[in-house]
Design a protein around this ligand. Structure first.
Ligand code: TYD
Length: 219
């Protein structure tokens, strides 16, 4: 697959959406082909599942169903959006991916990590991010940002300790795969964060450019 898959992860309120849009804008200015997408969502099915998952009225949803719904949305997303975009050579910028299921359902809900991995291995069909930008923010700061913009969804309404566990989960994942992860302190002003995000993205895409040059003419 010739594209490049970048995921953005982090606790709620880390500012992923803003940062992804900024990166996408810069890449497009440079003439790169970019696809911006998100989880849960990115497809018609995924957006419908997203509505269920984030609906505060769904207060009876069991954790097992939660894992499977996120994974179902992901399976459709991989087949319908991510794989085709990568096959076209696009840089795919994805707001959350499998790491969110490990952090939220595994570390947050305390569900069996092996089961989450197994279900998701089926869903992702071999797709793995080339780079994961972890926007880290203290949970109180993140939740405050969300509250100032409006109401909390079903996941955001979880207790503080849940969000703390999620944050720790992301941190642990980043320690397990330091080559894939870049951790950025997202509690700072947007422009400071975006400069650092661009730095790590540009650094990795520099490699991609190099690879492309090496493989020039091979189709
Ligand atoms: P997000 O798109 O970041 O929310 P928003 O658009 O409101 O900023 O993610 C939706 C929520 O779903 C978020 O609280 C994290 C959660 N989530 C999981 O619990 N597991 C997952 O696998 C994914 C992808 C997201």
């Amino acid at each position: 697959m010739s594209g490049f898959f970048i995921t953005f992860e982090g606790p709620d309120g880390a500012g992923k959406t803003t940062q992804i849009n900024k990166v996408a804008g810069k890449l497009r200015q440079l003439g790169k082909k970019v696809a911006v997408t998100r989880e849960p969502g990115g497809t018609k099915l995924g957006e419908a599942i997203r509505n269920i998952l984030l609906d505060p009225q769904q207060n009876n949803l069991c954790s097992e169903a939660e894992v499977l719904l996120y994974a179902a949305a992901r399976a459709q997303h991989v087949v319908e959006v991510i794989k085709p975009a990568l096959a076209e050579g696009k840089i795919v910028l994805c707001d959350r991916f499998l790491d969110s299921s490990i952090a939220y359902q595994g570390f947050g809900r305390k569900l069996n990590l092996d089961i989450i991995q197994t279900v998701n291995r089926y869903a992702v069909a071999g797709i793995k991010p080339d780079l994961t930008v972890l926007l880290d923010v203290p949970v109180t700061v993140g939740l405050q940002r969300i509250k100032s913009k409006g109401g909390l969804d079903r996941i955001e309404s979880e207790k503080l300790v849940f969000h703390e566990q999620v944050r720790q989960g992301f941190y642990q994942l980043s320690r397990q795969e330091p080559d894939r992860f870049r951790v950025i302190d997202a509690s700072r002003p947007v422009d400071v964060v975006s400069r650092q995000v661009w730095q790590v993205v540009a650094e990795r895409l520099g490699d991609l450019q190099y690879e492309d040059d090496n493989h020039g003419g091979t189709g």
